[in-house]
Design a protein around this ligand. Structure first.
Ligand code: SF4
Length: 122
């Protein structure tokens, strides 16, 4: 596959020639290689957002507008590439699919999923 990049692109909304299922790759490349504010929404990031905000995205996360909106809202204005890598690592090592390590999470008190677990155990 050959992709051409326009380094002036700012958001995925301008990228109509990239298939939706490849948008994560494109966003990751834009943020890592070109320092653009392009967030990534893979299954790890989607899981963190769903748990933290207590929302349930659509089955195909990469097509879920609510999750994309949330991901773009919480991303910082600068160093989005670093932010993306941090979330990917966090989802792989702390907020894991099974048995998340909430005791290692820096902000469990603000997480809806964690609060619901605490309330269920009262
Ligand atoms: S508190 Fe637990 S579930 Fe919530 S974001 Fe942190 S690791 Fe994930």
């Amino acid at each position: 596959m050959i992709l051409t990049y326009d380094t002036t692109l700012k958001t995925k909304k301008q990228v109509t020639f990239i298939p939706q299922e490849k948008i994560d790759w494109f966003q990751a490349i834009c943020s890592q290689a070109f320092g653009q504010p392009a967030v990534v929404l893979d299954t790890n990031v989607a899981r963190i957002i769903e748990r933290f905000f207590g929302i349930e995205g659509e089955r195909v996360k990469s097509r879920c507008k609510i999750l994309w909106q949330a991901a773009e809202t919480v991303a910082p204005d600068t160093q989005v590439g670093l932010w993306n890598l941090t979330l990917l690592d966090f989802g792989a090592k702390v907020c894991t699919a099974r048995n998340p390590r909430c005791s290692e999470c820096p902000i469990p008190e603000r997480c809806n999923w964690y609060k619901s677990i605490l309330n269920a155990n009262k």
